[in-house]
Structure formats: structure tokens, C-alpha cells
Design a protein around this ligand. Structure first.
Ligand SMILES: [Zn+2]
Length: 95
């Protein structure tokens, strides 16, 4: 692989990251609190295969539920534990 290819690959990766970041539904710091809160609840009470802790946090914090949940689902977060396993992982990699 020559330098140009590497540069192009690097640029492409950065662009993908930027696109992923642009699609974050709420501020980075808020996503961090969301994942922290859901993590604490799942650890304490387990996942009941719904988004109950996610939904409670979103309504407590008055965040746009539909928008955030659509984004979580898009990244494999169909219940609280999947939010942590999949959506939080996607966020970690691109934030
Ligand atoms: Zn689950």
C-alpha cells in the first residue's frame, strides 16, 4: 500500500466518523449520562427486554424520545442491555 492509499483510507475513516457523529441525536455529554444511567440500572435490576430505563431517563431529562430511540435502534439498541452493548459501543468508537 502506498502513501496515497493510506491517506485516502485515513480520510475515509475520518469522514465516516464525522458522519456518525453528525447523526448523534443529542449532545455527547448527554449520551454519556444516558449510557451511565442505563448501565447502573441494568446492573441493579437487569434488562427486561424493553427500553424502560432508557425511556425513563429520556423523559426525566426531557430529551427527544423518538429521535433518540430511533437512533439507538438504528445501532442495535432494541432493549436496555443492547443499548449498552451495541449503541454505546457505536458511540464510543465515533465520539
Ligand atoms: Zn436486553
Amino acid at each position: 500500500m502506498n502513501n496515497t492509499d493510506q491517506d485516502r483510507k485515513k480520510a475515509w475513516k475520518l469522514q465516516q466518523k464525522q458522519l456518525a457523529r453528525d447523526a448523534f441525536p443529542i449532545a455527547d455529554a448527554l449520551l454519556e449520562s444516558l449510557f451511565d444511567a442505563v448501565d447502573a440500572c441494568v446492573e441493579e435490576a437487569g434488562c427486561d427486554h424493553t427500553l424502560r430505563f432508557t425511556t425513563v431517563w429520556l423523559s426525566d431529562q426531557q430529551q427527544p424520545e423518538d429521535k433518540v430511540i430511533a437512533w439507538l435502534r438504528e445501532h442495535g439498541g432494541f432493549c436496555d442491555c443492547e443499548v449498552l452493548a451495541n449503541a454505546a459501543d457505536h458511540w464510543e468508537r465515533n465520539r
